[in-house]
Design a binder for this molecule. Structure first.
Ligand code: CUK
Ligand code: CUA
Length: 671
């Protein structure tokens, strides 16, 4: 490629970047970075304190809307991805207090996740990739379980983009219960999204590769590389993904991005956006256009429209091929059976979001200032009418003008859309950076004073927003009220903590109509880069305070055969195998002495016999990398070979009582 070609590719990006930076600089000023005053009075008249701290009346109003005094419970709970921490964050709203970091793909020592306890090691083991431990993940999209399109507070799922894995978290105890590794894909992106009754969990792919971890040269990209979408069957009864009832669909090697399940009128359909329909394969070092230019040459990519109900029938009828022992509907079968259609979508799109009633699919092009809204009804009519053009793989393409309902110009770098209860939609604008409020038409037209299909207002955010999350925003009846802007850049928002900055969540009040949409609060996220979050009404969550019975196994969610009641503690030896049955209660472990021999194989069971709320005990065994968190009622088990001799003091690692330091014992390993 010559320099002129390169310029052609690069110039638009450079321009976009410059515009982005100009705007960041501008609103950095407008956003009002205020130095903290030297000294702030902590007593005296409220107005004096506010004045001394430099607070405006709007700041005081925001404080009153968000300040949550001790003991007051938040109205909403946000489940946020923890990005490449591999974890899931639980945050109270509107206080924006971090309530919990749930260990998912990464060991999490404070909750004993991945440091010996069997119920945790078994789940992390399921996440092995090709037999190897992969003890991190890049979580992107949490999905709360739904009943008839409403969050039901029972489960939450999240994907690991890096390794194409899906985790299942039980909201009775907020613990991860299952990890499944996608057998046909190395990585993913468009997961997790659930169908309206959580019968299926959707996992879309991203960077195309030969399915099933095969090798093929990039020269053979078009013939050998493939995209995919996987549908995981979820069973509420067992609380597990049913691997052997799940299936995938082979797709062209476009980069499928994000998916969403249809709801109400579009129930039974699945939609995914894609980019790189150019099938660019990069190689800037060899004079090829770099990926970001090569994958952005066309004006249109393709929204994938999948007749999912019919796909289930086709899969159940066995019209699949096995790839890595996993059933995959071949692309040709998908075409022949009318399972897959495309609609052109402008321009390097990112995400597709379905309106609350299921009537519209909303797509944003990262390099197009519009949000494009497609009508499900028009899509159905176009499919009915037939007579399609096809892409190079023979997949029918519906004509853009036949299926588009409206395009609203919202601003630069639109990414993701959420919905309110009042016909308002909200779209993040990465480049401006702002959150735009605009109006849906059709059945939503009379819900507010603003004209349909029009931009209403924007709130600037700090900075470079990715996803946004609205209260109950993915349900059939969004709440409005609050929206969180999940910003990628923080720049000047917080005290400098070195070159690696936290991400910034910003709470926005969307409870008022029209152009009023004030920022309320900033929350720095000190771990990982959160991508997406979902926000549920707090009273829908009813987790246990303590496990239902003494001797509970959180892995099976049933009584554990190795549960040990007070008075039953013992050490049993059978040859070299030593079984320890221990209880924990404030403030002692029983037994307090464990005497074994080097070379013994030790299986240790500890039951926390407490029934008091929050009476968790930790058990740490230094020298053997054991750290277990034992919640009230739980029985935890772990195993190890006594390879090192010596004296090891095991102790409780949760400060549980005045005599917590005395909650200790000695393990003596005789050489
Ligand atoms: S993606 Cu990160 S901002 Cu994974 Cu949903 Cu759009
Ligand atoms: Cu038990 Cu500290």
């Amino acid at each position: 490629m010559n320099l002129r070609d390169l310029k052609k590719y690069i110039l638009p990006f450079t321009l976009m970047a410059i515009i982005g930076f100009l705007i960041i600089a501008a609103c950095g000023g407008a956003g009002g970075t205020t130095e903290a005053p030297e000294s702030v009075p902590v007593s005296g008249d409220i107005n004096e304190i506010a004045a001394a701290r430099g607070l405006t009346p709007a700041d005081v109003e925001a404080a009153v809307k968000t300040y949550t005094p001790t003991g007051m419970i938040d109205e909403y709970v946000m489940f946020s991805s923890g990005g490449h921490s591999g974890q899931l964050l639980v945050i109270g709203m509107p206080s924006m207090r971090l309530l919990k970091v749930v260990g998912v793909f990464t060991p999490e020592p404070w909750q004993g996740w991945g440091y010996g306890a069997k119920t945790t090691m078994e789940v992390l083991d399921e996440g092995k990739v090709d037999g190897e431990d992969v003890l991190w993940g890049d979580t992107h999209h949490p999905a709360l379980s739904e009943t008839e399109g409403e969050y039901d507070g029972e489960w939450v799922f999240i994907n690991d983009k890096a390794n194409a894995r899906i985790a299942v978290i039980d909201l009775r105890d907020f613990e991860t219960k299952q990890i499944v590794k996608n057998p046909i894909a190395v990585n993913d992106h468009g997961g997790t999204m659930v169908t309206p009754d959580t019968e299926w969990i959707i996992e879309g792919g991203q960077y195309a590769a030969p399915l099933g971890w095969e090798y093929a040269s990039l020269e053979d990209y078009e013939s050998e590389y493939r995209g995919m979408v996987t549908f995981w069957k979820f069973d509420r009864e067992s609380g597990r993904i049913q691997y052997d009832q799940s299936f995938a669909m082979e797709l062209p090697p476009y980069w499928q991005d994000l998916c969403d399940a249809g709801k109400l009128v579009s129930d039974g359909w699945v939609f995914c956006n894609s980019f790189n329909t150019e099938m660019a394969t990069g190689g800037v070092e060899s004079g090829n256009p770099p990926f970001e230019a090569g994958a952005s040459q066309r004006d249109m990519d393709y929204m994938h429209i999948i007749n999912f109900d019919k796909a289930i029938e086709v899969a159940n009828a066995g019209q699949t091929e096995m790839v890595a022992d996993f059933p995959v509907i071949p692309m040709q079968t998908a075409i022949d059976e009318g399972l897959l259609y495309f609609a052109p979508e402008p321009k390097s799109p990112h995400g597709v979001d379905i309106s609350p009633g299921g009537e519209y699919m909303v797509v944003s092009g990262k390099l197009d200032p519009h949000v494009t809204t497609y009508s499900f009804e028009k899509v159905q009519a176009a499919i009915e009418a037939g007579g399609f053009e096809t892409d190079d793989y023979g997949i029918p393409i519906l004509a853009f003008d036949d299926v588009v309902e409206s395009q609203v110009e919202v601003g630069l770098g639109p990414l993701h859309t959420q919905f309110g209860p009042d016909g308002y939609a909200y779209t993040s604008l990465f480049l401006e950076p702002a959150v735009a409020r605009w109006t849906l038409g059709g059945p939503y037209e009379d819900l507010n004073e603003d004209p349909p299909w029009s931009l209403v207002t924007k709130t600037f955010v700090h900075y470079n927003v990715g996803h946004i999350a609205a209260a109950e925003g993915d349900t059939v009846s969004p709440d409005g009220k609050y929206l969180v802007s999940l910003n990628k850049w923080a720049i000047d928002r917080f005290k400098n903590v070195g070159p690696l900055l936290p991400q910034n969540f910003q709470l926005i009040d969307i409870g008022q109509p029209g152009t009023t949409m004030p920022l309320l609060y900033d929350m720095p996220i000190g771990i990982g880069e959160p991508h997406y979050a979902q926000i549920i009404k707090a009273d829908k969550l009813e987790p246990w305070e303590v496990y239902p019975e003494i001797g509970w196994n959180p892995g099976t969610q049933s009584p554990d055969p190795n549960a040990t009641m007070t008075g039953e503690e013992r050490i049993e030896r059978d040859g070299n195998n030593v079984d320890i049955y221990m209880t924990a209660v404030r403030s002692h472990f029983t037994p307090e002495h464990v005497e074994i021999k080097q070379g013994d194989h030790v299986t240790w069971h500890i039951t926390n016999v407490e029934r008091a709320y929050d009476a968790t005990h930790g058990f740490s065994l230094p020298g053997y990398n054991i750290n277990v968190s034992i919640e009230p009622g739980e029985t935890a088990s772990f195993e190890f070979d006594a390879t090192h001799d010596g004296v090891f003091s095991y102790y409780c690692s949760e400060f549980c009582s005045a005599l917590h330091l005395e909650m200790v014992g000695y393990m003596l390993v005789e050489p």
